[in-house]
Write a protein that binds this ligand. Sequence first.
Ligand code: FES
Length: 179
Amino acid sequence: MAIFSNEELQEFTELQKRYGKPAATLLPVLWRIQEKRGWIDSDAMEEAAAICQVPKSHVEGVVQFYTMFFDKPMGRFHVQVCTNVSCMLRGGEELYNHVRQQLGIENHGRTENGIFSLEEVECMGACGGAPMMALNDTFYECVTTEEASKVLAETQRAGVNPKPKFVAQLPELSEAANR
Ligand code: FES
């Protein structure tokens, strides 16, 4: 079954006009597939290849290169814990091991109920709030093992993840321009 509606295909055509060649839209096409399906299977790679006019082997290479793309089903909530230097110095490895034990899965594993999957990651750019953990697009910073347990339990209970204590605020564009 086709993944995209005619409207979505039209959006990609517009993007391709902007960038000049169809292959330039491969990342947004793959991202949209993952948003819709949760992961990128072989049929989806074929569809992406047709839209972007590249060989399927090229799409496979891109999916395997970027760690944010999944070539197997992951949990509804993909948990990432950083163990790179800043996070490691502030307990990132302990945090990762705690989450791993709590979920009962290994790196790149998925819980049986399909709610969580786990990944140990390199720097996610939140070093100032080390150690950090992410659930899908939500970043939790300065996380203790107790807080991690609470976040996971609340997510499992409610089916949505709780708001983080710290939310990064980007400066307004006009403020940034005046600096
Ligand atoms: S080292 Fe963990 S976010 Fe940068």
